[in-house]
Design a protein around this ligand. Structure first.
Ligand code: 2RA
Length: 332
C-alpha cells in the first residue's frame, strides 16, 4: 500500500512509522508529511530513507492509506476529502471522534464498527488504554459505574511535553533554578498537575470528558456512568489509570483476573507478593496494557472491583491502535 503519515515528525508520527515497520505493514511507498519547516529533511525509516514533504492534497493524491497525527483543524479540513478520494484515513485527532458517521475504534473492542467506512477516528490515549481492559469485564459482568483517576505521562502532550520535562528537571537539578513551564499549566518536575486540556462548564476538563464520551461510544453503552480525574505526572511515557468499577452482576478478583488474562491486548501483571504490578517502567514500549492490583472494592459489595492499568500511550494509546485499525481497513 502507498502510505502517508501526516505529522511525521511529532511524537505519535515517529511511532507510527516505527509501528508500521515492526508489524511489517505492506508498505510499497511511504510518504512523510510535516510542516514546511521540516520539508526536505531526510529521515531513516524501516522502509528506507524518506524526504519529508509539506502536505498538500495534490501531494497526497494516489495514497491508499493516510495516518493523521496532526491537529483537529487539519482533520476537519482534509480528512473527509481524502476519504472521498478513496484514501483510507485513520485520524488521531479529537475532531471527528464523536461524529455519527465516523466510527471510533479500538479493534479489540469494536472492530466490527469499521464496516465499509474509510474514515476512522483513533481514540484519545487515555480512553484506548481504559477500554481494552474495561470491555472484557463489561462483557463478563456488565458495567454500571466507572471511576477513573489517571496518572498521565508528559508525552501525552507530544514531543514538546517530553522536552519540557527533561529541560526543566535539568534546570532544577543541575542549575539550581526554579523549573519553568510553557507546555504545561505549571512546572511538571517534582509536581503533579490535575489539569489536562481545558476546563469545561461542568468542572471537568476536556481530557476527563473525552474518557466519558469516547468510552461510551466505543463500548456502545451510551448510559454508562463514568467519572474521570486526569492528572499529569513527571514521567516520560505510559499513562497509568486507577479504575474502580461497579458491575451489574457479582464479580470476584479471581474471575476478573481470569477474564483479563484471556483478553486480547491485556497482560495481567498481578503478583503483589513479588512486587509485580503495572508500572510505567515495565509498560514502556509494550503493546499490551498491563492490568494488576485487582481486588474487591468493598464500597460496592460483591459488585465492586479495583484495578490499576498502565499502557504505553504512544503505542496502544495512539500509533499501535492506528496501525491495528489500518490492518483491519486493509482486510475489509
Ligand atoms: C494527554 N491524552 O495525555 C492526552 C493526549 N491526547 O495530554
Amino acid at each position: 500500500m502507498r502510505v502517508g503519515v501526516i505529522g511525521a515528525t511529532g511524537a505519535v508520527g515517529k511511532e507510527l512509522v516505527e509501528v508500521l515497520g515492526k508489524r511489517r505493514f505492506p508498505v510499497t511507498e511511504l510518504k512523510l508529511f510535516a510542516s514546511t519547516r521540516s520539508a526536505g529533511t531526510r529521515i531513516k525509516t524501516p522502509f528506507g530513507e524518506v524526504a519529508i514533504e509539506a502536505f498538500s492534497p495534490e501531494a497526497a493524491r494516489g495514497l491508499d492509506l493516510a495516518l493523521l497525527a496532526v491537529s483537529g483543524d487539519f482533520a476537519k479540513q482534509h480528512a473527509r476529502a481524502l476519504a472521498a478520494e478513496g484514501v483510507a484515513v485513520v485520524d488521531n485527532s479529537s475532531a471527528l471522534r464523536l461524529e455519527d458517521d465516523v466510527p471510533l475504534v479500538v479493534p479489540e473492542v469494536n472492530a466490527a464498527a469499521i464496516g465499509k467506512h474509510r474514515l476512522i477516528a483513533n481514540p484519545n490515549c487515555t480512553t484506548a488504554i481504559l477500554v481494552v481492559a474495561l470491555e472484557p469485564l463489561r462483557r463478563a459482568f456488565g458495567l454500571k459505574r466507572v471511576i477513573v483517576s489517571t496518572y498521565q505521562a508528559a508525552s501525552g502532550a507530544g514531543a514538546e511535553g517530553m522536552q519540557e520535562l527533561e529541560r526543566e528537571t535539568r534546570r532544577a537539578l543541575v542549575e539550581g533554578q526554579p523549573a519553568g513551564h510553557a507546555v504545561f499549566a505549571h512546572p511538571l518536575p517534582f509536581n503533579v498537575i490535575p489539569h489536562i486540556d481545558s476546563f469545561q462548564p461542568n468542572g471537568y476538563t476536556r481530557e476527563e470528558m473525552k474518557v466519558t464520551w469516547e468510552s461510551r461510544k466505543i463500548m456502545g453503552q451510551p448510559d454508562l456512568l463514568i467519572s474521570c480525574t486526569a492528572v499529569r505526572i513527571p514521567t516520560f511515557r505510559v499513562h497509568a489509570e486507577a479504575v474502580t468499577i461497579e458491575t451489574e452482576r457479582p464479580v470476584t478478583p479471581e474471575a476478573a483476573r481470569e477474564v483479563l488474562a484471556a483478553a486480547p491486548g491485556v497482560i495481567v501483571v498481578d503478583e503483589p507478593g513479588a512486587n509485580r504490578y503495572p508500572m510505567p517502567l515495565t509498560a514502556t514500549g509494550r503493546d499490551d496494557v498491563e492490568a494488576g492490583r485487582i481486588r474487591a472494592n468493598p464500597v460496592f459489595g460483591d459488585r465492586g472491583l479495583d484495578l490499576f492499568l498502565c499502557g504505553d500511550q504512544l503505542l496502544k494509546g495512539a500509533a499501535l491502535n492506528a496501525v491495528q485499525i489500518a490492518e483491519r481497513l486493509r482486510a475489509a
